[in-house]
Design a protein around this ligand. Structure first.
Ligand SMILES: [Zn+2]
Length: 144
């Protein structure tokens, strides 16, 4: 946060963009209190952080797309739900964990889905979709 403060004050945009992802766990008032009264930066930071909030909302509310049907035309088997809930539990609605979604999902594939290739494919598509959203996040300097 101190680096973000300094970088924003002196307009070092590279440094702003390097520091910003490390501040996404802060609460708005904590950020606001770090800056001078009337500073625009906390509000710009909030706009930046909102991107993470919307990815988290997507992960927790949108069911991962189904890739291939299981035998008998079923969209999922009994392995999927325990896997899915384990991933959500591991991500803890936390941006710094969501940033590493691949790592958590792959770990839970190994623990929970090993026996179903259909569910593994679905989980892998989920990783790709999540990573595409994370990569589309605009750096904080774009909002300055
Ligand atoms: Zn399955």
């Amino acid at each position: 946060m101190a680096i973000l403060q300094y970088a924003a004050k002196y307009n070092h945009t590279d440094l702003v963009d390097e520091a910003a992802p490390l501040t996404i766990e802060y609460e708005f008032l904590e950020v606001k209190n770090q800056f001078e009264k009337g500073s625009r930066i906390p509000y710009i930071w909030l706009e930046y952080r909102e991107q993470w909030a919307s990815i988290i909302k997507w992960i927790y509310t949108v069911n991962p797309p189904i890739s291939t049907q299981h035998k008998g035309g079923l969209s999922e088997c009994n392995l999927w739900k325990p896997f899915y809930w384990k991933v959500l539990e591991d991500l803890k609605m936390c941006p710094s964990r969501v940033k590493r979604a691949r790592q958590f999902i792959e770990m839970d594939i190994t623990r929970k889905l090993e026996d179903c290739s259909h569910c593994i494919r679905r989980a892998q598509k989920w990783i790709i979709a999540a990573e595409a959203k994370i990569e589309a996040i605009q750096p904080l300097s774009n909002f300055l």
